[in-house]
Design a protein around this ligand. Structure first.
Ligand code: FES
Length: 254
């Protein structure tokens, strides 16, 4: 049987485990600034507006640390706010028994740091200029053909097995030539052509951290945002949202 058979009303909650519910609740409330309501002996609801919340479950000594890639992200309003939050986290690390506070990374437009709390749960604290992540769904709300609702056009580009860390791979989908980057296990996609002149960054660009350098005149771009980082490049590189399904890397070319 194919098709969607769930009449979902809203995205309601996710779950997180902690060791000591009272200590964690105090940390969420007093340090992270989240709203917390103890619902039962073992569950606390954590909320920051909207229809969605986290149900935090007290697991006691059985709580296992999370892997870094399993994390919640908290968006702040500016890169300065991220820097201030980082300084506060470093200063309060001992008081709150934080397992780790990783260094701030990224340019002005997308600055972040990772925090591993006293329960071994990871939080990404970040700021991002311009669009929110959920903005990519906005066009789904536009009036669309009754029989064929508007879709985000995620199309398979390649297998992640083909994307070695620190490399750029050239892919062609729907007539577009794109560059796909593996930066420490995070995947990004941009137009392949340097915006200064027609030089193929996928074939000739050099990846240095999250910066791609064009060999023709040594212009540079920040890969996650496409922002030009070094002259003569002045026009941003177009970026595309990517997602992973199984071992496939999909790119939204919509
Ligand atoms: S063609 Fe890329 S910097 Fe000039």
């Amino acid at each position: 049987m194919t098709g969607v058979h769930f009449e979902i009303e809203s995205f309601s909650h996710g779950t997180l485990e902690c060791r000591d519910l009272e200590v964690t609740k105090r940390f969420y409330r007093e340090f992270l600034g989240l709203h917390c309501v103890r619902m039962s002996k073992r569950v606390c609801w954590v909320w920051l507006g909207g229809e969605w919340l986290i149900a935090c479950i007290g697991a006691g000594a059985f709580k296992q640390p999370q892997e870094k890639q399993n994390r919640f992200a908290l968006r702040l309003e500016s890169s300065q706010a991220v820097e201030a939050a980082y300084a506060a986290a470093v200063a309060a690390a001992e008081e709150w028994q934080l397992a780790a506070v990783e260094a701030v990374e990224g340019p002005e437009e997308f600055r972040s740091f990772l925090l591993n709390d006293m329960d071994g749960n990871w939080w990404e604290i970040y700021s991002r200029a311009g669009t929110r992540y959920d903005d990519i769904f906005d066009h789904e709300q536009a009036p669309a053909d009754e029989d064929r609702p508007a879709m985000i056009q995620f199309i398979k580009a390649c297998s992640i097995d083909d994307l070695k860390t620190g490399t750029i791979t050239r892919v062609e989908i729907e007539g577009k030539i794109l560059a796909v980057y593996n930066i420490d296990g995070n995947y990004y996609a941009t137009d392949a052509m340097c915006t200064h002149d027609e030089v193929d960054l996928a074939a000739e660009g050099e990846l240095q951290g999250d910066i791609v350098e064009c060999p023709a005149h040594f212009g540079q771009f920040h890969v996650p945002t496409g922002r030009p980082m070094a002259r003569p490049c002045l026009i941003p590189l177009k970026t595309y949202n990517v997602c992973i399904e199984g071992y496939d890397l999909l790119i939204d070319i919509g």
